[in-house]
Design a binder for this molecule. Sequence first.
Ligand SMILES: [Zn+2]
Length: 138
Amino acid sequence: MLDLKHPQTKWIFDAAHEGDAILGFAKLMTLLPPQRQQLLPRVARPIERLRRLNREHFDASSFIERAISDLEAGCKSIASLPSTESRLDGRGPCPVCGSAIKHLPEYYDMTYCGHCLKTIADARERLASSEGFGTSAI
Ligand SMILES: [Zn+2]
């Protein structure tokens, strides 16, 4: 249970916000091959904000820094997936891995290739853990 009066709470919420932004960009990158590389600079901003949060409010945790670096590398890996076909409409299998595209059109961020997105799942789990930013409590 998150203690809203705890001094770290604001930073935990900030980290969750940045993590959500990165996840949103990563989801888009699984769908938009022509724009993947263009999205990377936009991923770099929330990655840098996570690093700043770690330096300034989480005692520059090496566990967190490793997870951030792995998340960054995973996003770069997704951005480099070999494909030229967009799946922004949610139709058809993923041209990279052949998996079905998760497509819930009533939600703005629920169209993506879940299989390709697994590239960043482990780093995201570590960041959300109690040893990371502890965002799993939110
Ligand atoms: Zn895929």
